[in-house]
Design a protein around this ligand. Structure first.
Ligand SMILES: Cc1cc2nc3c(=O)[nH]c(=O)nc-3n(C[C@H](O)[C@H](O)[C@H](O)COP(=O)(O)O)c2cc1C
Length: 222
């Protein structure tokens, strides 16, 4: 039997209520279930430093009521992870410190923030650090580079990464995850220093696993 309008309305308002109820997501308590998807905007400096423009953009989402703000994809090392020119990075203390006031503003507006860590791999189309691209295999990605991210033409054929380069890329994620945590809280700083000094790979892996990571866009994948 078809549902009566008032039944539909009740179900609808129940669902809307759920959307605005708080959520415990791992270590984060979110005020609601609205999250901003990661969106690359290439509005950092050429050195991957976040800008005032970015700060205003992320704060606007928080002030608009989103419970969770996910950053655009941040590159994780200065080897081959950068995907686009003017993409922000999280590879050094300076970049971490650039994120601190942004995280603070987002927190002050009542939202939580998660860093999306991203290695562009074969889909990289611009880097301040390296020429050429690295990927798991020397296979040209399908499709065309994205013009609005300053790319043009087909993707180059990447050089296949050595095991050592893959290990370095993994370490880049772990290091960037630690920087993300440091950017979010001064209280973490001393703990993290201890973690870094006494860490072994499994300790790092567990820290690493708590941070959201980018799954590169499927565009261009074979
Ligand atoms: C301008 C733009 C930039 C994006 N940048 C990223 C990104 O940095 N990382 C990512 O994982 N997805 C990125 N995406 C994908 C979005 O996060 C989202 O998954 C996609 O827009 C599909 O969302 P929808 O199903 O709500 O339309 C981007 C999308 C847009 C439109």
């Amino acid at each position: 039997m078809a549902k009566l309008p008032h039944q539909l309305q009740r179900e609808h308002s129940h669902r809307v209520e759920a959307l605005f109820s708080s959520l415990d997501a791992g270590r984060l308590t979110l005020r609601n279930r609205l999250a901003v998807a990661p969106m690359t905007r290439v509005s950092a400096t050429a050195e991957g430093m976040p800008t005032q423009h970015m700060s205003d953009y992320y704060t606007a989402f928080a002030e608009g009521g989103f419970g969770l703000v996910v950053t655009e994809g941040l590159y994780t090392d200065k080897a081959f992870s950068q995907g686009y020119l003017f993409q922000p990075g999280l590879t050094e203390a300076r970049q971490r410190d650039g994120w601190r006031p942004i995280v603070e503003r987002v927190h002050d507006a009542g939202s939580r923030m998660v860093a999306q860590l991203m290695h562009a791999g074969a889909l990289s189309q611009g880097s301040a650090y390296s020429a050429g691209t690295r990927g798991p295999s020397a296979i040209r990605p399908k499709g065309q580079q994205m013009a609005f991210y300053r790319g043009s033409g087909t993707y180059p054929v990447p050089t296949a990464m050595s095991f050592e380069e893959i290990a370095q890329a993994v370490k880049g994620f772990a290091d960037a995850a630690l920087l993300a945590r440091e950017a979010a809280s001064t209280a973490w700083r001393s703990m993290l220093r201890t973690a870094i000094c006494s860490t072994n790979s499994s300790r790092r892996a567990s820290i690493f696993a708590t941070i959201a990571m980018a799954v590169p866009s499927r565009d261009g994948c074979a």
